[in-house]
Design a protein around this ligand. Structure first.
Ligand SMILES: Cc1cc2nc3c(=O)[nH]c(=O)nc-3n(C[C@H](O)[C@H](O)[C@H](O)COP(=O)(O)OP(=O)(O)OC[C@H]3O[C@@H](n4cnc5c(N)ncnc54)[C@H](O)[C@@H]3O)c2cc1C
Length: 126
């Protein structure tokens, strides 16, 4: 958050100084799983903000030497009620970037998919 504010201020032409208590980054931002994952946000301002954050990461990461792999994400459903939730999500959220896959399509997306008992998956290209 600190660096995001510093970047936004610098882009507006302000002079910025960042104070960091540690010698190098050891906070949440260096320990997280590295997922840039807007689909997890509810529709509305939080989703719009997540998309904007994704844009910023896409711009900043190559400049900072941070690897980016826009591989999309999968939610796998092995039970009928899980599949119902994915179906409802696709029908109610109205997002072009998500769609339901059958088990074979999901397996094509990733070799890590366990296909035994798999009913389908939610695919997000973001
Ligand atoms: C295990 C884990 C996995 C996660 N996975 C994801 C993920 O996949 N995708 C995702 O989007 N989010 C993920 N998150 C959440 C995300 O990492 C955090 O929400 C985000 O990094 C928080 O950023 P921050 O700048 O608020 O905090 P930090 O990154 O912790 O930065 C705060 C900084 O302030 C410094 N500081 C604190 N007090 C002072 C002080 N008094 N003076 C000077 N400096 C100070 C700290 O040293 C630190 O460097 C994950 C979090 C964790 C812990």
């Amino acid at each position: 958050m600190g660096l995001a504010h510093a970047l936004a201020a610098a882009k507006r032409g302000l002079k910025v100084v960042v104070f960091e208590r540690n010698l190098y980054a050891v906070g949440a931002s260096i320990r997280n799983f590295g997922m840039i994952w807007p689909v997890g946000q509810p529709a509305g301002i939080l989703y719009e903000r997540a998309l904007r954050a994704r844009e910023i990461w896409t711009e900043v990461a190559p400049q900072a030497g941070i690897a980016l792999d826009p591989c999309g994400s999968l939610h796998l459903a092995y039970r009928a009620d899980e599949m119902d939730v994915l179906q409802e999500f696709v029908e109610t959220q109205g997002r072009d970037s998500v769609r339901l896959l059958d088990a074979a399509e999901a397996a094509e997306k990733s070799p890590a998919v366990v296909t035994k008992g798999l009913l389908g998956a939610l695919w997000s290209e973001q």
